[in-house]
Design a protein around this ligand. Structure first.
Ligand code: DGP
Length: 116
């Protein structure tokens, strides 16, 4: 999907509403519209990257920033102590449905392994 038609780019720009809980110069976080756990947040880069497959060496700091944010946001939402799951789905077999890189942060219930 191109950047022009990307729903997460539109959310990052504020053109489409989302329940945002965090933003900085590199990333924003908002509640997932179809939560799979009591708390389910997505962290996305402002920059359009389709998936981990498209991240280059120049994106290493950005990827680190997204992961660094996960426990901060989990803590903000009160789930750091009990634990939470981070997940990045990549491509069709990875279960990716929105082709703008995003980190799922899920908590509020015990998770099972392996995922389906
Ligand atoms: P994935 O399947 O890993 O690509 O996850 C995409 C997630 O994005 C999925 O859990 C649902 C969520 N999502 C899709 N469209 C929207 C939207 O317009 N707003 C919000 N808040 N979440 C969305």
């Amino acid at each position: 999907m191109s950047e022009e038609n990307c729903i997460f780019c539109k959310i990052a720009e504020g053109a489409i509403p989302a329940n945002k809980i965090y933003e900085d110069e590199l990333a924003i976080a908002f509640h997932d519209i179809t939560p799979q756990s009591p708390t389910h947040v997505l962290i996305i880069p402002r920059e359009h990257l389709e998936s981990l497959n498209d991240a280059g060496k120049g994106d290493v700091a950005l990827l680190g920033h997204l992961l660094w944010l996960a426990p901060k946001i989990a803590n903000q939402l009160g789930m750091a102590e009990d634990g939470f799951r981070t997940c990045i789905n990549t491509g069709a077999d990875g279960g990716q449905s929105v082709f703008h890189l995003h980190v799922h942060v899920m908590g509020g219930r015990p998770m099972t392994w392996p995922p389906g």
